[in-house]
Design a protein around this ligand. Structure first.
Ligand code: ZN
Length: 229
């Protein structure tokens, strides 16, 4: 047991010597004004603060890449010195209309994790004032810098669903999103909450799981973890 732990420590240290971690950030609303009627304070970042953070990361030597490219690096790199960062946005809020044009201007890729149900312009999570991208808005995002992944049909925690409910949620979302020209088979768990059962189900769908536990990614380890920005 002690020997195994020692081997693990040495392996981890060796991995960290070889590989620069890839940082994947999780964002929600990035826009100029906070609106208490439609946003949760913890989900909002001021556009100015966001631009400053991007500039800080660039000054630290980070290059922004897409989630798909990051995944390829995590799977294949044996040695990595370059610093890479990825931006992802959960829930598909309408406020994306404010930040995405700026990201495009900056040639920075972004991945959106979408709940298919709310694209109809009528459905919502908790209050009818919440504003989401509509189906037409989402499907007009065809820029190669954009990627569209899953966040479930509704914003339901995977571990609170039965196996069948989780599968239906996945299938309904796949049905609506997979025809998007920028579709990617990645699944961001709601609040990053998962367990062994949900992991097995996701594995069967061949979707790549994404968490929000705050750690950095060195190499592919069954999922990609994200930090809040
Ligand atoms: Zn979410």
């Amino acid at each position: 047991m002690v020997a195994n732990e020692l081997i693990n420590i040495i392996q981890r240290k060796w991995m960290k010597l070889r590989l620069e971690p890839i940082r994947v950030f999780c964002l929600h609303h990035v826009c100029e004004h906070f609106d208490a009627d439609t946003m949760y304070p913890c989900d909002w970042m001021a556009l100015d603060a966001f631009k400053k953070k991007i500039s800080e990361l660039r000054n630290q030597g980070y290059q922004f890449i897409s989630l798909t490219v990051a995944y390829e690096h995590l799977k294949k790199d044996w040695f990595r010195r370059k610093k890479y960062a990825v931006l992802t946005f959960d829930d598909g809020y309408k406020s994306l209309n404010e930040v995405l044009p700026w990201l495009e201007e900056q040639q920075i890729p972004a991945t959106l994790f979408i709940n298919g149900k709310y694209l109809d312009g009528k459905s919502y999570r908790e209050t009818s004032k919440e504003q989401y991208l509509t189906y037409d808005e989402l499907f007009s995002l065809t820029n190669p810098l954009i990627e569209i992944g899953h966040h479930g049909w509704e914003h339901t925690v995977a571990t609170e669903m039965t196996e069948e409910e989780l599968l239906v949620s996945l299938q309904k979302n796949i049905e609506i999103l997979s025809s998007h020209p920028r579709y990617i088979p990645f699944w961001a768990y709601t609040y990053g909450i998962h367990d062994k059962n949900s992991d097995v189900i996701i594995k069967h769908t061949n979707l790549i799981p994404i968490l929000v536990a705050g750690s950095k990614n060195y190499q592919w380890k069954e999922n990609i973890d994200r930090e809040l920005m």
